[in-house]
Design a protein around this ligand. Structure first.
Ligand code: APR
Ligand code: PHB
Length: 392
């Protein structure tokens, strides 16, 4: 087989890249290890920055998002004894964001791929990139019992944190930066009407978050300890704990019901540098992970794909390698700004085991400063809304 860009991984990063390249007349093949049903069954993020919304719209993926997604001017934070504080992205950054589930985006991407009869090979086994540092890279894999070799100009590693792409970069070249947090998030999806807005909560019992997918689908999270097991959390226990953490008016407004999904995810920050090795380019979770507190994971995958697709377009249209050469550094600038923000917001909103009284006071003081300062509010709102993409 032969293509221009071999894409490893059919998550949001890989599928969006394939779609954008197709619209620019660039051929790609997507190799996905799992089945479509499996990819669609994963419950992931749900908040889209304006830049992500615009990128999806510009590439013909905005129709259902604009119909079913819910635009927001900002998100609220509540903490002990305090009125609701609003991160006003609209007021301070002139940007809105959208709640629309990653599962829906993945469905929209598969539907668009089907319409153009895209080359998407699911359940591809033993995918392996080769000869990335030559000008004739290729990928080998097994599909339907056959060994296949895919020749290409470039390889895009969009295969998530556990993928093969990052691991194929020599350890003498790759640098990894990691921070693991001493707690996880227990997430629940329920077919109940959500609160009107996103509400982050810092409480002595731990962090909580109220989010949403659509008018009859809510997403809630609570901070739990790393050794907590999901089986120990009945629906009743979850709702009781969630309501204990929110102020009474908000707790009373939360509509409870049976959960349709419940899982615990650990929190980590991770960055791999560089995001390019020869003709292999990393994008999305393959190169970086953020704790979900800032809702940046999916948005970073989208911004990587924006930069990478722009670089490939310039290469095929004008023969220019300038953007290919600057891809890693440019993508990493935006990655690090979101990694820093997600780490900061995680520190601000969680109760850390063994936190000293000093650290507790400092956290409360920082929250109070945020609530009382226009400058601090503008800074947080600008970052929550998402920084603009860099010009070429
Ligand atoms: N070969 C082929 N495909 C693979 C391989 C492999 N060796 N390893 C992993 N994959 C596939 C996975 O099955 C998955 O479908 O790559 C895909 C990667 O998708 P995601 O993990 O969703 O990563 P990405 O597309 O970068 O999207 C980032 O996902 O985790 C969230 O918060 C994150 O919202 C962000 C988004
Ligand atoms: C979600 O809706 O899943 C969500 C929202 C905001 C976050 C994290 C997750 O910060």
């Amino acid at each position: 087989m032969k293509t221009q860009v071999a894409i490893i991984g059919g998550g949001p990063a890989g599928m969006l890249l394939s779609e954008i390249l197709h619209r620019a007349g660039i051929d790609s093949v997507v190799l996905e290890a799992k089945s479509r049903d499996y990819v669609l069954s994963r419950i992931r993020a749900g908040v889209l920055e304006q830049g992500t919304v615009e990128l999806l719209r510009e590439n013909g993926l905005g129709e259902r998002m604009d119909r079913d997604g819910h635009p927001h001017d900002g998100a609220a934070i509540v903490w002990a004894g305090r009125d609701r504080y609003f991160i006003d992205a609209w007021k301070y950054a002139g940007k809105r964001f959208m709640t629309y589930g990653q599962t829906n985006i993945q469905e929209d991407l598969f539907a668009a791929a089907d319409r153009r009869q895209a080359k998407l090979l699911c359940e591809a086994q033993d995918v392996q990139p080769h000869d990335m540092t030559t000008d004739k890279p290729y990928v080998t894999f097994r599909h339907n019992g056959e060994d296949v070799r895919l020749d290409c100009d470039f390889i895009a590693g969009c295969d998530g944190f556990h993928g093969v792409s990052r691991k194929s970069i020599p350890t003498s070249i790759l640098r990894e930066f990691e921070k693991v947090y001493p707690f996880g998030w227990l997430g629940v999806l329920s077919e109940t009407p959500p609160l009107n807005e996103l509400v982050y909560c810092n409480h002595p019992r731990g962090f909580a978050l109220a989010s949403q997918r659509n008018p009859m689908l809510s997403r809630y999270y609570i901070q739990v300890s790393l050794d907590d097991k999901v089986e120990a959390w009945s629906d009743d226990r979850f709702w009781a704990e969630l309501k204990l953490r929110y102020p009474k008016e908000i707790a009373d407004a939360i509509v409870t019901g049976p959960s349709i999904e419940k899982s615990i995810a650990p929190l980590r920050s991770f960055v791999a540098e560089p995001m390019r090795h020869g003709r292999l380019f990393l994008a999305g979770d393959a190169a970086h992970i953020v704790p979900p507190t800032g809702a940046k994971g999916l948005n970073l995958a989208a911004s990587d794909v924006f930069y990478l697709s722009r670089a490939f377009k310039a290469y095929y249209a004008q023969g220019s390698t300038k953007l290919i050469d600057s891809y890693s550094a440019m993508a990493l600038r935006r990655v690090w700004s979101s990694v820093r923000f997600s780490w900061w917001l995680t520190n601000l909103l969680h109760r850390f085991p063994g936190m000293t009284e000093f650290e507790q006071r400092a956290q409360e003081c920082e929250l109070e400063y945020l609530a009382s300062s226009q400058h601090a509010s503008a800074s947080v709102a600008e970052q929550y809304a998402g920084l603009p993409f860099e010009p070429a």
